[in-house]
Write a protein that binds this ligand. Structure first.
Ligand code: G3P
Length: 218
């Protein structure tokens, strides 16, 4: 399973990269705004800065919602750096644009996926990734992990190569359940990745090992 970090914060991206388990980064306009990144030039430069920190794919989202605008913006984003994946919303013109990008060899991440039908449509259009937002589904009392299971089944039935990028992951249980359900990628905040380290029996076990060592060697 690939781990992406879901942030535009360069320190957190460096931190995850330093851990040695990072496979890529996802951003969105809300995450860019949270870091105070505004203005077209600054936003584009920020994407390049992210690409220079990590080795893997970096999703950069278009703002346009019309076909021509998505194509224009997506081509510009893709030309920034070979690691850029163009993030396109699951709307009618977005699906048409994903089809166009796929023919051009431009990789895409179809975002704001909330149903199996949307994921099927994105795969048929040739999306490289689909991003089902599992936390936001849980928020409305619908199983986010259940959607990952549904998409996995459908993609495996037909051999779609589109990768399932589980997004809106809020805690380690989400991440583990997505791994069990066969998501190809999980994108999550840094704390969810580092929370995987934690177990009280690891802490107490290590404490005892060190105490025993010190008894005989101290
Ligand atoms: O990857 C999508 C993510 O940024 C949304 O997360 O927690 O706002 O639903 P959240």
């Amino acid at each position: 399973m690939k781990f992406f970090i879901d942030t535009a914060n360069l320190d957190q991206i460096r931190d995850a990269q330093d851990l040695g388990v990072l496979d890529g980064v996802t951003t969105n306009p809300s995450l860019m705004a949270k870091e105070g990144i505004k203005g077209a030039d600054r936003i584009l430069k920020h994407y390049v800065d992210i690409c220079e920190i990590v080795d893997g794919d970096v999703s950069a989202e278009v703002i346009a919602t019309d076909y021509e605008g998505i194509i224009r913006e997506g081509e510009n984003l893709a030309s920034l750096h070979p690691q850029i994946v163009v993030k396109v919303p699951m709307i009618r013109d977005g699906v048409k644009a994903i089809k166009y990008f796929s023919k051009q060899g431009i990789r895409t991440n179809c975002t704001l996926i909330f149903s199996a039908g949307q994921a099927l449509l994105a795969a048929k259009a040739g999306a490289t990734y689909v991003s089902p937002f599992i936390g936001r589904l849980d928020d409305i009392s619908t199983s986010g992990v259940g959607l990952i299971e549904q998409i996995r089944l459908i993609y495996d039935n037909y051999g779609y190569e589109t990768q399932i990028l589980a997004a809106s992951i809020r805690h380690t249980m989400h991440l583990i359940e997505c791994a069990e359900a066969g998501a190809d990628v999980a994108t999550c905040p840094l704390n969810v990745i580092t929370d995987l380290l934690k177990h009280p029996l690891t802490d107490s076990g290590l404490e005892k090992f060190l105490a025993d060592y010190n008894k005989t060697n101290g």
